[in-house]
Write a protein that binds this ligand. Structure first.
Ligand code: ADP
Ligand code: ZN
Length: 708
């Protein structure tokens, strides 16, 4: 028997399958989709068994060992991996590896163990018991089986009973993740609008329909998801709920767990052991609901009845390294395979998604009113060109007064500033010198608490300078505004205010995220100040004011999506305020108070925004009117890169004569970690042969790298 095995040769970034011979005694255990250990040059490698051959091969070596008894890549996942690798031009091996927890990837340095615990059960009760022994037996009768360590704590007669054969000790697998959930979330009867949405999807639970659920924040989308999941479970199938990483740590998981018992959770903050345990639970069919972030889309469920993707507009569903998959596309494939619906939910769908819905590629469902008793917040746009700033800070009088009111009433405030650090940079006032990262083409950000300048791309850090190295001038000024500076300004204005800051710098430790949020929820702080990581999915009873310190940098990001991103950001933020019984307020500080993304977002007028933005996209020849493909070229050798990239442009122009080719242009920042970066953009209306051209291009690049 001969088989094909796919191994990972990371140094080459290429796919390799090799033919091996299966020794006779192993043949009965051979299945497609298992991992095997094979000899490769002088090493031993793990690989996926992809094919059983019906022909012989003369010089094939023997497989050393079979690793799995059951395939870890099912038929569905094997097909899915091929599709992903084909669609995203990624290697097949990377597409399979990304589906598995680290413990199961085909690599040779996995030391993630299954954890066992000792339990005790009654075996043969045939003697008269002492009262101490009876105590142990009662405990076991009450629970069915008990942990040995717990019984030992009650009294030591457990050992006697074990010796006498009354009790037996067994090793069973222990699942490490242990989320305690004591909160109870009330269940609501669905309102009319929710019922319409629910009924529509419920009637199609056995069909592959892709839905776009456009529902404003607080319209009761999550409530609808839960009702739908309950229906799916009644059918004996399982549910997959994807949420952005950041909201997972918060209450949506709790809400799901308060409703369903058999839930698995997958997100990046879990340890490898915990992930492995959750994975096994799912694989064994022990759960009804999987809730997780992007990569949970590969959860090894065998009978999916629905996939729901909440906040489907966020970029967190797209993986920006190999394999560059979009979890939404993967979900579509899986729903097609399982003949079940896909529900994409958002308060602010992307323009592309909404355009698809208007062409009936997605079936549109709408929830346009708030579900609970809460009233939408009152939004004030604060024109910073007219506002007088308080004490030379970045805070307007309007915002400061409103914060003071909240502090006096013991209510809470959330403030958003989309940049971490203290100031964005420092500049010499005499010669204009700014300090750049030596590895990256970008200015360093000043972090006051450590008094260092840091590169946010590669992590390079340097002490702050007091004297300009260029002109020796000592007048060095801080420019721009980061979260640290805002915190300092607030402390100066409100001397006793309790502020907790949440940004990349304060959340790098595992669990720090949850800690900040729960301490804020427990009212240990008055103000939660953070970057956009606080904008999504937070729901606090006492928050009655949300302030956006500045939304102008988001508005002027150099991407065609900047208006859309700004609309979404402001809409998400303002959805946060006053969700229960008090009307909340939102203050947005901006130097562009008339920009349509800001005004329409504040009015919660998605449709007008969509229409206006579609006009802009048409004018600019951007998606969804045109497809864009960006090819990025990187090398530390500048001369080589710029020479080859220009040659490649000519090849592309020749091969794709009907398409617009823009570039090559330097990306921003051009240099990251001493690697230079160029991009070429291909704009087109119809795809046709682009994939073939790009595949050829990859081969061409491999060749010139080899020849270099
Ligand atoms: P979304 O996911 O759209 O933001 P949620 O499902 O979180 O909305 O609902 C917002 C709030 O309204 C929650 O506090 C929820 O408990 C409540 N809610 C949802 N549906 C109903 C309903 N039918 N009746 C009363 N309250 C509801
Ligand atoms: Zn750098």
């Amino acid at each position: 028997m001969f088989v094909k095995v796919l191994v990972e040769l990371s140094a080459f970034n290429i796919d390799k399958t090799f033919t091996y011979h299966v020794p006779f005694d192993m043949q009965k255990d051979i299945k497609v989709g298992i991992r095997v250990l094979v000899p490769f040059n002088s090493q031993e490698l793990e690989g996926f068994l992809l094919e059983i051959l019906d022909y012989t091969s003369i010089d094939a070596k023997d497989i050393i060992k079979i690793i799995d008894t059951e395939p870890i890549l099912t038929k569905e996942l094997l097909l899915l991996g091929r599709k992903i690798s084909d669609e995203t031009l990624s290697t097949l091996i990377s597409s399979y590896q990304v589906m598995l927890p680290r413990a199961l990837k085909a690599r040779n340095k996995n030391h993630i163990n299954i954890k066992y615990q000792q339990i005790v059960e009654i075996d043969n009760l045939n003697i008269i018991l002492t009262s101490k022994q009876q105590e142990i037996i009662d405990k076991i009768n009450e629970k069915g089986r008990c942990l040995y360590s717990e019984l030992k704590k009650i009294n030591s007669s457990v050992d006697t009973l074990l010796k006498k054969g009354i009790l037996v000790k067994k090793n069973v697998e222990e699942y490490r993740l242990n989320i305690k959930n004591n909160k109870i979330y009330p269940r609501h009867e669905l309102n009319e609008d929710q019922k319409m949405v629910f009924e529509e999807v419920k009637n199609n639970l056995n069909h592959n329909v892709n839905y776009l659920l456009h529902g404003i924040t607080g319209s009761g989308k999550t409530e609808v998801y839960m009702e739908l999941m309950e229906e799916v479970i009644k059918l004996g199938k399982s549910c997959l709920l994807l949420v952005p990483e950041i909201t997972l740590t918060n209450q949506i998981a709790e809400r799901v767990m308060s409703r369903f018992n058999k839930v698995a959770i997958l997100h990046s903050a879990l340890s490898d052991g915990e992930k492995y345990d959750e994975y096994r639970k799912i694989k064994r069919g022990e759960v009804d609901v999987v809730i997780g972030a992007r990569s949970a889309v590969f959860a090894p469920l065998s009978n999916i009845g629905i996939i729901i993707i909440d906040e489907c507009h966020t970029t967190s569903y797209y993986q920006d390294n190999m394999p560059r998959y979009d979890a939404i596309d993967v979900a579509k494939e899986r729903c097609l395979y399982h003949s079940c619906p896909l529900v994409l939910g958002s308060a602010t769908p992307t323009i592309d998604m909404y355009a698809r819905a208007s062409k009936n590629i997605y079936k549109l469902l709408t929830l346009s009113k708030r579900a609970g008793l809460s009233i939408p917040p009152k939004v004030t746009i604060c024109d910073m060109t007219k506002e007088k700033k308080v004490h030379n800070t970045f805070l307007s009088g309007t915002l400061v007064n409103k914060i003071r009111e909240r502090l006096d009433r013991h209510e809470q405030v959330i403030l958003l500033q989309n940049r971490r650090g203290y100031s964005s940079t420092i500049m010499c006032t005499n010669c204009g010198y700014t300090m750049k990262c030596p590895n990256c083409d970008i200015t360093l950000t000043y972090h006051k608490n450590k008094d260092i300048m840091r590169c946010h791309y590669c992590g390079y850090a340097k002490r702050k300078i007091d004297v300009c190295p260029h002109c020796s001038c000592k007048d060095i000024k801080e420019l721009g505004l980061g979260t640290e500076k805002v915190e300092e300004d607030l402390q100066n204005i409100f001397s006793k205010v309790r502020i907790v800051r949440m940004d990349y710098d304060t959340t790098s430790k595992r669990g720090s995220h949850e800690k900040i949020l729960s301490s804020f929820a427990n009212y240990e702080y008055d103000i939660l100040l953070g970057t956009q990581m606080i904008a999504k999915g937070l729901d606090f009873d006492k928050v009655t004011l949300v302030g956006v310190i500045s939304c102008d940098n988001s508005l002027f990001m150099p991407t065609y999506r900047s208006s859309e991103d700004t609309y979404n950001l402001l809409n998400q933020v303002s959805g946060r305020s006053g969700r229960r019984n008090i009307q909340g307020e939102v203050v947005i500080q901006t130097y562009n108070p008339d920009h349509y993304a800001i005004t329409l977002s504040c009015n919660n007028d998605y449709k007008s925004f969509y229409q206006r933005e579609m006009m802009e996209r048409k004018k600019g020849e951007y998606p969804p009117y045109y497809y864009l493909t960006e090819v990025i070229f990187k090398s530390s050798d500048y001369d080589f890169l710029s020479r080859e990239v220009n040659k490649i442009k000519n090849i592309l122009s020749y091969k794709l004569s009907d398409k617009k080719i823009i570039g090559p242009m330097m990306l921003y920042p051009f240099k990251v970690n001493n690697v230079n970066r160029f991009g070429i953009i291909i704009k087109y209306k119809k795809e046709l042969d682009l994939k073939k051209v790009l595949k050829d291009l990859i081969d061409h690049i491999k060749l010139i790298i080899k020849l270099k």
